[in-house]
Design a protein around this ligand. Structure first.
Ligand code: B1H
Length: 762
């Protein structure tokens, strides 16, 4: 009897065949917890703690089956009676513990640390509703709570509890663990999620994301990134961050002591990687704990922190560089405020002749990135260009003083989830062509010899077609949208943000609509899909989404255009949807305003799954282009230097571009009668006016070139020999973007832990 059959008999007294997908899901959860539960946790002396506000881990069923080596057997057992892992996985709800690239990166890193045998845990919060769930109704986004926490769960309640002291009250936490199994490993790591004992889901208004923001004792771990557009919201964010890091710091010190540390030597036992500045309060919190509870002097505690904490910066967007008024920190955590003041004095004393170096500015506002750079031993950016920009513009004054602290770690993606699991047929083709070694070393360069192989081209085209059909079925089931599986699938999936320029692709769509109306019928039909959430308080992002949804409807209802062109807004974009969208894509849209996207990681997932990229020279796109060469990628737009220069000189005026004959009709269509028929007039005018008068992220500056390159790219698609050659080339160069390579680099340069193997592809 197979292992699953055995469990189903034991627990449900019925066969696999007689069981529902929900029951099979329960059975598999138990099987995994039996097999995985027996694995020891990694017990190496030194451990990395990856502290992050987000872990966008996705569903865990297939990933855990794969990593534990159970996948093939379970698949056979299920298939034998007409069932499938994919169907069973529909019974699993996706954890809502992250928002975008930063959280997904953290999840890929957990998978890679475990798979390389590195002793590394994630530490964060267990949000009951996490990030909101997106519904689209009346062509607009509605945000509702995501009730992802169910009876069947990967969370194991631990007996570990801590007290977190705020000025007016003390909160008690409980730690929940999720096991993290590496690929083909005999030990495991964990994701450690803290929850608030007194939390209460009853305080939210029914089916809404509104709640009493002042009721900290009950709301603290309900939502990820609750609306912070008012002061109460800002305070809640400080409460959450401090709750997270106080728990993290207490856990780290407790575990280090258990492993033999006297805490003065903490750096031999722990390294703390902070994922952006959200966990930066861990610096003063460690100092507080070390001085008040463990007998270290202030100076000793500072030295311990300086040798233990490392900081990753993920953005240079001004609004995301966190700064907190000292008055607020004083009000919530007076001891922490006092320590931050001492740290500010410390820095000012060290650099008396550099007034630009401080932690607290003249308005009594604390800059979290400054604190992380001064009191950490490493600061890294997430792609070569991003790190360069940190050194030369944003953080240049720090770089001047601490050049040796700055380093680059180009992001990566886990090949377990983003090829072996989401595109198993393509993974099998790699096995056939390369042998199975790529599954561990992720080196796909051996595919280069098939660049001109017509048979391989045909196999790849067939797989793409198969994945398009899978996507079609999924969209029809999820939202009733029927797409054409014989069309070019062109996708932009990511958070809605002006700098990512969904509005530029939106204006392209208007151009294409006009063009088809004029009789220029595309040789192959085209489907453009968008997916992504917009922050509920971010009006222009909502306006852009609204306009795209209206265009989608307008095109659908136009019989001259709809057979050739379709625009789809994918509802509630998340990890599971990415897993069906990406394998089906022909074209990957990576069109951010140069200098603004720190790295991007979707770009890497598309490349690995055989899509070609249209992109600006931004983030990791630059490194993708370097590897595949200019003939295998479709680049356009102003350089990051040009853009930085334009910001510095106030040199961009949208009117100069708007007045051009190719652009004006596209922008003006936003407020046309056709659009207003179903549209919200206020939103349409707001967006139109913003593009004309502000266009802060310069959608118009690259628009004409974007239109030309898109048309060229669609033309190239018709030459399938050439297209497929480019596809093979792109896949072959994707190995560098494995997160196993990224984690190997972190380990070699920053963490210095034991590992089973490493990947070196510099
Ligand atoms: C990234 C964020 C982020 N960078 C603040 N910064 C947030 C900052 O709600 N907040 O407070 C939320 C998210 N996210 C992303 O990180 C970058 O934009 C991507 O370019 C990058 O690939 C990703 C991982 O490094």
């Amino acid at each position: 009897m197979g292992q699953l059959e055995d469990i189903m008999q034991r627990e449900f007294d019925q066969s696999i065949k007689e069981s529902s997908d929900q029951e099979l899901y329960k059975g598999l959860l138990d099987l995994i917890q039996e097999v995985g539960g027996n694995l020891p946790t990694n017990d190496a002396k030194k451990k990395v703690y990856y502290v992050s506000a987000e872990f966008l881990i996705g569903k865990l069923l297939s990933n855990n089956l794969l990593n534990l080596g159970l996948y093939d057997e379970v698949e056979k057992e299920l298939n034998a009676v007409g069932k499938s892992i994919a169907d069973v996985e529909q019974a699993e709800l996706e954890p809502s513990l992250g928002n975008g690239g930063l959280g997904r990166l953290a999840a890929c890193f957990l998978d890679s640390m475990a798979s390389l045998g590195i002793n590394g845990d994630g530490v964060g919060l267990n949000y009951h509703f996490g990030l909101f769930k997106q519904l689209i109704s009346d062509y607009q986004q509605a945000a509702v709570p995501d009730e992802w926490l169910t009876q069947e769960t990967w969370l194991n309640k631990s007996s570990i509890q801590f007290e977190v002291p705020f000025r007016d009250f003390t909160l008690t936490s409980t730690l929940y663990d999720i096991d993290v199994y590496g690929y083909d490993q005999n030990k495991k790591n964990r994701l450690r999620l803290f929850d608030l004992d007194s939390v209460s889901a009853d305080i939210i208004e029914p089916n809404s994301i509104f709640f009493d923001k002042t009721n900290i004792k009950e709301n603290l771990t309900l939502f990820l990134y609750p609306d912070d557009s008012d002061h109460q919201g800002l305070l809640l964010r400080i409460y959450q961050q401090y709750f997270m890091v106080s728990n993290a710091a207490q856990l780290i010190l407790q575990e280090a002591k258990e492993r033999g540390s006297n805490l003065r030597d903490l750096a031999d036992y722990a390294v703390i990687q902070i994922n952006d500045t959200h966990p930066a309060f861990i610096i003063p919190e460690l100092i507080r704990l070390l001085t008040t509870q463990h007998g270290l002097t202030f100076e000793e505690a500072v030295e311990v922190v300086k040798s233990t904490v490392a900081f990753t910066n993920h953005t240079i967007l001004a609004e995301a560089l966190e700064k907190w008024p000292m008055a607020d920190i004083d009000m919530l955590m007076p001891e922490i405020a006092g320590i931050i003041r001492q740290l500010d004095q410390h820095v000012r004393a060290e650099f008396p002749d550099s007034p630009e170096i401080f932690i607290i500015d003249q308005n009594d506002v604390a800059h979290m990135a400054s604190m992380a750079i001064h009191f950490g031993f490493s600061t890294n950016g997430v792609a070569a260009l991003h790190t360069q920009i940190l050194k030369t513009s944003e953080l240049s004054h720090f770089y001047k003083h601490y050049p040796e602290r700055f380093n680059n770690k180009t992001n990566g993606i886990t090949f377990r989830r983003w090829i072996m699991n989401c595109n198993p047929e393509l993974a099998e083709l790699f096995d056939e062509l390369l042998g199975e070694g790529w599954r561990k070393d992720h080196d796909l360069r051996g595919l280069l010899k098939y660049e001109d192989d017509k048979e391989i081209h045909a196999r790849l085209a067939e797989l793409k077609q198969h994945n398009k059909v899978t996507l079609k079925k999924r969209l029809e089931k999820d939202q009733g949208t029927v797409i054409n599986e014989n069309s070019i699938i062109d996708i932009q999936i990511k958070r809605f943000h002006e700098y990512k320029r969904q509005q530029m692709l939106m204006l392209y769509i208007v151009h294409k609509y006009f063009d088809i109306k004029k009789g220029n019928i595309p040789a192959t039909p085209i489907t453009i899909l968008f997916g992504g959430k917009a922050a509920p308080a971010y009006t222009i992002a909502q306006d852009i989404m609204h306009t795209i949804s209206l265009l989608s409807k307008l095109i659908e209802e136009d019989p001259d255009v709809s057979p050739h062109f379709q625009v789809v807004m994918v509802e509630n974009y998340n990890v599971s949807k990415a897993e069906v969208l990406i394998p089906a894509a022909d074209i990957s849209e990576q069109i951010s305003l140069a200098s603004k996207e720190a790295s991007g990681t979707g770009n890497m997932k598309f490349m690995l799954n055989g899509a070609l990229t249209i992109c600006t020279f931004d983030g990791a796109n630059v490194e993708i282009a370097e590897r595949v060469g200019g003939d295998n990628i479709y680049t356009f737009g102003r350089s990051s230097q040009d853009i930085v220069e334009l910001y510095n000189t106030n040199g961009y005026r949208p009117q100069d571009y708007y007045s051009r004959p190719r652009i004006k009709p596209l922008v003006d269509f936003i407020v046309s009668d056709e659009m207003k028929k179903h549209g919200n007039h206020e939103r349409l005018h707001h967006l139109h006016n913003d593009i004309l008068s502000k266009d802060y992220f310069m959608a118009l500056i690259d628009l004409e070139e974007f239109i030309d390159v898109k048309e060229y790219m669609y033309e190239q698609y018709e030459d399938q020999d050439k297209w497929m050659k480019q596809v093979v080339n792109n896949i072959a160069h994707a190995g560098f973007f494995s997160s196993d390579r990224t984690i190997s680099d972190y380990n070699e340069d920053i963490w210095h832990l034991e590992s089973d193997h490493s990947i070196n592809m510099r």
